[in-house]
Design a protein around this ligand. Structure first.
Ligand SMILES: [Fe+2]
Ligand SMILES: [Fe+2]
Length: 225
């Protein structure tokens, strides 16, 4: 038996599919209830109301809408990568998804904190975003190693472009949101590069187009709801 086969065998023996599904339900509830905690400090630093950026009501509402979109993006990334990892038999590939998902927890937590600082709320549709993305992740994992990693690389590429736009769209003086978005963008670049280095192949144009269209629907809805 090869080393890889032994690792897979050990993994399957330790955790049945039912164990893993139950663990996933627990993680989903943690993400959706807002209980997930960042493992790295917030790039914007500790919040102090007295020294927080001064924003008009309209600016604060706009910044909250953009950060809500980013929070939904992280809910989706979390669900996608966990779904992609769930059916993944190769330990090294599964590790890529699990490590990225762990860093997305930081993003999730930072976005949620900034939304609260702006006296707003996360998306009411988060359970739907999570369930849909998780299902998509499981589907992607069925497409094989290269496509599965390619899907991750394309997701990160689109998120990176979207965060770049937010750096332009956010109110100029909103340094706290900007610090969070900037760090997220750097992490997403790293996630994309990791997926490519592990063998992710470019997705066909129609798939990339569908992903862009889905992301457009998500960002439009999440800004408002
Ligand atoms: Fe992220
Ligand atoms: Fe990412």
């Amino acid at each position: 038996m090869t080393e890889k086969a032994i690792v897979v065998h050990e993994f399957d023996r330790r955790y049945s599919l039912a164990d893993r599904v139950l663990a996933e339900i627990g993680t989903a509830l943690e993400v959706l209830s807002g209980a997930s905690r960042a493992s790295r400090p917030n790039p914007a630093g500790p919040y102090m109301a007295a020294s927080a950026p001064e924003l008009s009501q309209a600016e604060a509402r706009h910044a909250a809408g953009l950060m809500r979109v980013n929070h939904v993006g992280e809910v989706c990334a979390q669900a996608l990568y966990r779904g992609q990892a769930l059916m993944c038999k190769e330990t090294s590939v599964r590790k890529v998804f699990e490590t990225a998902a762990q860093e997305e927890v930081d993003h999730l937590s930072w976005c949620r904190d900034r939304i609260r600082e702006l006296n707003s709320h996360t998306s009411l549709l988060n359970p739907l975003w999570y369930a849909g993305s998780f299902g998509l992740g499981v589907l992607a994992s069925a497409a094989g190693r290269e496509r599965n990693l390619g899907f991750m690389a394309e997701t990160e590429r689109q998120v990176e472009a979207h965060l770049e736009r937010h750096l332009t769209d956010l109110p100029a003086q909103d340094s706290r949101s900007r610090a969070v978005v900037q760090q997220m963008k750097e992490d997403e670049v790293h996630h994309r590069e990791t997926a490519e280095q592990h063998g992710g192949t470019p997705l066909p144009m129609p798939v990339r187009g569908i992903m862009t269209a889905m992301s457009k629907v998500m960002t439009t809805l999440a800004y408002r709801v």
